[in-house]
Design a binder for this molecule. Sequence first.
Ligand code: ADE
Length: 262
Amino acid sequence: MTLGILAAIHDEVDGLVAAMRHDDSRAMVHTIGMRDYYAGNLYGQPCVLVLARMGKVAASATTVTLIREFGATQVVFTGLAGGVGADTNVGDIVIADRTIQHDLDARPFFDRHEVPLLDRAEFPADPALTAELEGAAADFLRLDLAADVPPEVLARFGVARPALHKGMIASGDQFIGAPAAVAELRDRLPGLLAVEMEGAAVAQVCHEYGVPYAVMRTVSDRADDTAHVDFAAFLKDVASHYSNGVLRRLLAARAEADPVRT
Ligand code: ADE
């Protein structure tokens, strides 16, 4: 079993790469298609880590490489999202139960959002992998967050009692930063909790290769006209700890259940 872990932005993956280098002196970096893939044991489990970069094309190309070149048997995307659910707030975690490409529109040949020739618009996340991620995220929020991120830093971003949500995540090649755009998306996609730029692309590739996938997102903004404000600071000071902390919990739980012999 090899877990492929992708993120869109440096800060989301750097802590994990440092942890892998610390854990596994035999970890290797392979450069393929302008991306660095770090293969080795992370918190005791075989993983491949990669900075996919932003957007659906970048995520798709990277996912194919994870599966074809590195034999990833599961794929997790971790990163940031804009919260569009009524109570999806900055600092919350959203885990996808399904993903959809909100900007895909091949009408009149196919229904809105339907992926041509795949006969579907939504891609369900793998229930077992998603349940593991949910458990890890709940433990992280409950047990680790206060130690990992100082309370004054959380307060600076208005994060008080971060919640965990599971539901629909929509992906598109756009940063959403306007209330009108959010209202239109909510209308078009009932049940939508968060928007980002990669998850549904990873989901489509994983579907095509028969590989289970899951997506975890830290809510960095409300996808409104303040969405870009403090984005970089939130990423560095808060969200990077979420990615690292949740995956540490997930992998440590696996290692405890089934230790890898190296
Ligand atoms: N990732 C984080 N915030 C986002 C937003 N508002 N739109 C798209 N992707 C995002």
